[in-house]
Design a protein around this ligand. Structure first.
Ligand code: NCD
Ligand code: ZN
Length: 335
């Protein structure tokens, strides 16, 4: 008998863009409906990089997801911080996110020279504050993640007590680093388990699949998928769901970001089922993250039914990945 229902307990999205204001109100409830928690990225304009901004953003997010059982794990945008700043915000954040200057959406105030934040990294290691990294250089677009890997290795060696998260990995070489350094873990998105550059730009250009880091080669996608299906203990799901209004996607100068929040879990259930790995999905979307990040999200059970549903064309002015396509699994109940 094929499975017709499937349940996940307290799924977590360990990399998500909620934005603020009207966009936050539109997208955050879509995540909070099914996920029990998520890591909220700080690349707002201006970035979340001080106590006032953090308090305000934390409050705004909590007000929007209320009364759904969803724990927002807040992050700070990397800049040189003092010890007292870090000490006062330490208990309010799950980590500090490092964006190299200019590599992605709203990273203009990112770090230009890693030397500028060495002292901050030292303090973070001492205070037990996690580092999350957008690991791309400014080389040729397909090589940016590979070119950044030596930076990860240097950081991992120089700061052996610092937990470093390689965010949204897209290459098999990045995946291989997981087995080389105990203090490195990684997130991976839905799209990077499914697509390659061909899906983005091999035929007609698909702006809704354009994100940073750009999707890579089939062998990269396959290596990431193999690790996810195996629920590698150093890998967790982080959608990197990154909504942009449709006029910023369907235009010249398309913004980077794929919006997957409302369909990610349903698609993952389909993907893991297709590969006979449904028994590993709980670890990939929750248990690994609970262990690696030492979090205890609210209890929530999401029941999926194999009854099919169409992916909406739009959520307000945001177009989701695979808009209009059929989903095999839908969310039948959340309790
Ligand atoms: C993200 C965004 O839109 O904020 N875009 C993206 O392509 N992933 C930023 C990021 O995570 O790089
Ligand atoms: Zn992101």
């Amino acid at each position: 008998m094929p499975n017709t229902t499937f349940s996940l307990h307290s799924p977590l999205d360990m990399h998500i863009h909620f934005r603020e204001g009207a966009m936050l109100r539109r997208v955050a409830p879509l995540s909070a409906e099914t996920f029990a928690g998520g890591v909220i990225m700080p690349n707002l304009v201006p970035p979340v990089d001080n106590q006032v901004r953090l308090d305000r953003y934390d409050r705004e997010v909590r007000e929007v997801v209320e009364p759904l059982a969803f724990e927002p794990y807040m992050t700070l945008f990397m800049r040189p911080y003092t010890e007292s700043e870090l000490a006062s915000m330490k208990d309010r954040i799950i980590g500090v996110k490092l964006y190299p200057e200019g590599v992605t959406t709203h990273s203009e105030q990112g770090v230009g020279d890693l030397g500028d934040v060495e002292d901050t990294l030292d303090l973070m290691q001492d205070l037990g504050i996690r580092l999350m990294v957008h690991g791309e250089s400014t080389d040729f677009v397909m090589d940016r993640e590979r070119a950044f890997l030596p930076v990860y290795e240097n950081l991992a060696r120089r700061f052996p007590r610092l937990h470093i998260v390689m965010e949204h990995i897209t290459t098999r070489e990045a995946a291989a680093l997981l087995d080389r350094h105990e203090n490195l873990s990684a997130t991976v998105t839905l799209q990077h388990l499914l697509i390659t550059l061909d899906d983005v730009a091999g035929g007609l250009l698909n702006p809704h699949l354009f994100c940073k880091p750009i999707a890579k080669r089939p062998e990269d996608r396959d290596a990431l998928l193999a690790l996810a299906l195996d629920a590698h203990p150093g890998l967790v799901f982080g959608s990197d769901s990154a909504p942009h209004p449709v006029d910023k996607k369907e235009c010249a100068g398309c913004a980077a970001g794929v919006f997957t929040a409302p369909i990610a879990l349903q698609m993952l259930v389909g993907l893991f089922e297709e590969h006979g790995a449904l028994d590993r999905l709980q670890a990939f979307v929750s248990d690994n993250a609970k262990r690696i990040y030492d979090v205890d999200p609210p209890a929530k059970t999401v029941v999926f039914a194999k009854t099919g549903a169409a992916i909406p064309e739009r959520y307000g002015d945001v177009v989701p990945m695979y808009a209009g396509r059929d989903l095999e699994w839908k969310v039948a109940e959340v309790r």
